[in-house]
Structure formats: C-alpha cells, structure tokens
Design a protein around this ligand. Sequence first.
Ligand SMILES: Cc1cc2nc3c(=O)[nH]c(=O)nc-3n(C[C@H](O)[C@H](O)[C@H](O)COP(=O)(O)OP(=O)(O)OC[C@H]3O[C@@H](n4cnc5c(N)ncnc54)[C@H](O)[C@@H]3O)c2cc1C
Length: 321
Amino acid sequence: MASVLVFTEFADGKFKKGALELLSAARKSGLKVQALALGSGAKALPFGAEGVDEVFVADNAQFDKYNPELFSATVSALLAAQKPSVVLASSSALARDMFPRVAAHMGVGVASDCTTLEISSDGNVTARRPMYAGKCTAEVSFENSPTKIVLMRANQLPVVAATGAKTPSVTDVAAPATDLHTIIKDVVKGTSGKLDLTEANIIVAGGRGMKDAASFKLLEDLADVLGATVGASRAVVDAGWVPHTMQVGQTGKTVAPTLYIAAGVSGAIQHLAGMSGSKVIVAINKDANAPIFQKATYGIVGDVFEILPKLTEEFKKLVHH
Ligand SMILES: Cc1cc2nc3c(=O)[nH]c(=O)nc-3n(C[C@H](O)[C@H](O)[C@H](O)COP(=O)(O)OP(=O)(O)OC[C@H]3O[C@@H](n4cnc5c(N)ncnc54)[C@H](O)[C@@H]3O)c2cc1C
C-alpha cells in the first residue's frame, strides 16, 4: 500500500507545529501514515493520538545534535528499506540540509520550500513552490521517483485534529555502521530564548527606518508583549545592527507567520520574497508610497518612534485583560 512518511521534528516532548501540519496532510491523503523521529524522547511522542499507523524512532542521544552524515545515512537506510511513496518534512534548516543528501543517495527527487501540496490516492504528489524571489510559483511533480520527498514551508497547511487515536507499531532505528568523518562536539544555541523566525507565529521586523541598533529595543518591547520573534531587513543586517540570523528575505529566512509587523521596512522585492506568505501583514512606514503598503493587510502611515510605543502600550492592555 502507498504510504506517506512524515519526518517529525519535536522539542520538549511535543511535536513542532510544522510536524502537526504535515501529519494532518498525511492523514488527509488516506494513505498509510508512517512517522520518523530522531533523538532522545522520540518514543514518548503522541504518535497514536496523531493517527500514525507505523512509527520509526531512534530514541537515542546520538541523534540529539544534528550530524549531517549520521542523519542522512540513517534516514537513507530507513527509506530504502521502507520505500514510502511520499516523504514529508518541514523546510527547516535541518531538513533542508539533510534531505537533498538523502535524495541524492537514493536517486530520488526532492522538492523544497513548497507552499501547496496535493497527494493522490496512488501516492503521487503535486506541489507548488515560489521561484524568482516569489515573482511566480512553479508546479512541481515527480517522474521516475518511487519515493517523492517534499519539504513544506511552515504555516502553509492547516493543523486538523485527528479523529480517533491509533496504536501504531513502533520500530527502533539504528544508525548504519558508517565511518563518520565529522563529530558534532557542541551546538551553541542563540541566546534570545525566542522561537526561531521560521517557527514564529508572530514576527515584528525592523528596517532601516529604525535608524540605529539601539532603537530595536522598541521592537523587542512589542515582541515581548505579543510573544513574537524580532526579524530584520538586510539593510539593517548589513549595517551590523543585528545578526544575519534575524534577516528575512531572499538571502535570509523565509517566514510565514500568522502576523508580520514590518516597521520602517520599505518592502523591496527581496524582502517580500521572504515574508509575503504571512497571513496578516501590518506595515508601519512614514512614506505613504512605500511598496510594503501594496502587500500589507493593514497600513499605518506614521513614524515608528511614535507608533511602536503606542502599539506596545495598547497590546499590553489587551494581553493583561
Ligand atoms: C541579491 C539581493 C538579495 C537581497 N536579499 C535581501 C533579503 O534577504 N532581505 C532584505 O530585507 N533585503 C534584501 N536585499 C536588499 C533589498 O533590496 C533592500 O535594499 C532592503 O530590503 C532595504 O531594507 P529596508 O527596507 O530596511 O531599507 P530602506 O529601503 O532604506 O527602507 C527604509 C524605510 O523606512 C522608512 N522610514 C524611515 N524612517 C522612518 C520612520 N521614522 N518611521 C517610519 N518609517 C520610516 C522609509 O520610508 C523607508 O521606506 C537584497 C538585495 C539584493 C540585490
């Protein structure tokens, strides 16, 4: 029977939101749902409640730090044995690094950064992905690829609660005996303590209109009230006000939050390429003709130094109510 295998990323004993989106899509296909999770705590994840039929886990500290060689060898071996029709993963940094290696190893196709997904009853896939900085989208299908690997952008598929739990079979996955050329000794995490931009549900982004690095405090204050992550345009990153990890756009991160607040960002095509998939866009700019207003759901023509503190105050009142 055709099957859909979901690569489920998780943290703190819970599936990440992207994994829940993919599991919903896998169930909707009506095909057998398989799931793969790597790392300590994988076995305790609520696969049954998510309607998974068959689970593969490496509940093992060896997989707690991403090692491209180890992960791609393990996943390639599992996929070669299981031969799922479709593999779904989020377009996370890990998956975007690992799955092209897996696809090359297996001689199958991979479509990354997809925004729409259709899985037919015989296990074929049609997906759409933006091209040329979001100016157009390409429809992607697979040929001569018994396994089709699709990496989906976050927040593009609905999370639908499973109807009825299952009791999946659970198989332990071991790393194949390969000589690793690299060892990951340590992973230094960002210090912000906030969700990564690509996973954030709300983003408050600043552009050159913020004037200097110190003014980003206004964005952080608003982000703290909203539970948001702060992002930035490239102009700001190039000026050295914030690190590149905060850059949204063609040469930064692609994000699709529920709410994107752009403050002092002009809306250059390369910035829009990274955030135009956001559900609601609020733009604050003192130039009424700034291109960002053409993409914005709501526009505020005004000075960020006046508007941002007011928004923070008003949201504070709402949140504390
Ligand atoms: C190959 C390539 C890749 C690129 N990749 C990226 C990318 O990944 N991400 C990205 O962002 N850019 C990218 N760029 C750069 C992009 O073209 C723009 O230069 C950049 O996005 C501009 O950043 P900005 O909007 O912050 O600055 P600006 O374009 O200078 O805009 C600043 C805005 O702030 C407004 N403003 C000023 N003062 C205030 C105030 N007090 N209150 C309110 N509004 C105010 C102004 O009206 C203006 O609209 C790329 C460019 C190239 C060529």
